[in-house]
Design a protein around this ligand. Structure first.
Ligand SMILES: [Zn+2]
Length: 181
């Protein structure tokens, strides 16, 4: 399973580890080992953490709460209170330590601290009235991303196949329209 970091925020990327949420959902975090690998592959997080089954369950519940709140935000409806509770509680814990060197920023901490960092990062983006959150326009893609493009014109999540699919569908539509003329 290949992880995608295309949402512009680690909390949204975590939510995006379940794809096609309204069709046939695919969960790329099937085990604690998957979660360890996801954290290691995410640029913003520590290189190495260990996940036990309790922390793994906490991560999945944080993920689902973050997704729901992001969707609430996209749809312009009030946040689901039970999900606010999950995210706020996760955010209240200690966060990873950071250190600067010539190699850049180095972050270290255990998985609980990582979850706390992700929750805070999610809160920061969900609370920002200027943050433009969108759901991908790709067919069946339910990924929510932060649109930082000029004029907020981005229409898909950044996964290669989503953009290509959208372009191919537009091409087919144009062709059909011109063949009808
Ligand atoms: Zn997409």
């Amino acid at each position: 399973m290949i992880f995608a970091f295309v949402s512009g925020n680690p909390a949204l990327d975590l939510a995006g580890t379940v794809t096609s949420r309204r069709g046939d959902p695919v969960d790329s975090l099937a085990s604690p080992a998957d979660l360890e690998r996801w954290v290691a592959e995410c640029d913003e997080l520590p290189d190495r953490v260990t996940a036990d089954s309790a922390t793994f369950r906490a991560a999945l519940s944080l993920r689902e709460a973050l997704y729901r709140l992001a969707l609430d935000r996209v749809l312009g409806r009030p946040f689901a209170p039970s999900c606010l509770k999950v995210v706020n509680e996760a955010a209240a814990g200690p966060v990873p330590a950071v250190a600067l060197s010539d190699a850049g920023l180095h972050m270290s901490g255990d998985l609980r601290a990582v979850l706390s960092y992700i929750a805070r990062s999610g809160i920061a983006v969900l609370a920002d009235p200027h943050a433009c959150l969108k759901e991908c326009g790709g067919a069946g893609c339910t990924r929510i991303y932060l649109d930082r493009s000029r004029g907020a014109r981005r229409t898909w999540c950044g996964m290669e196949e989503c953009g290509n699919r959208v372009k191919a569908a537009a091409y087919r539509a144009r062709k059909q329209a011109s063949s009808r003329n």
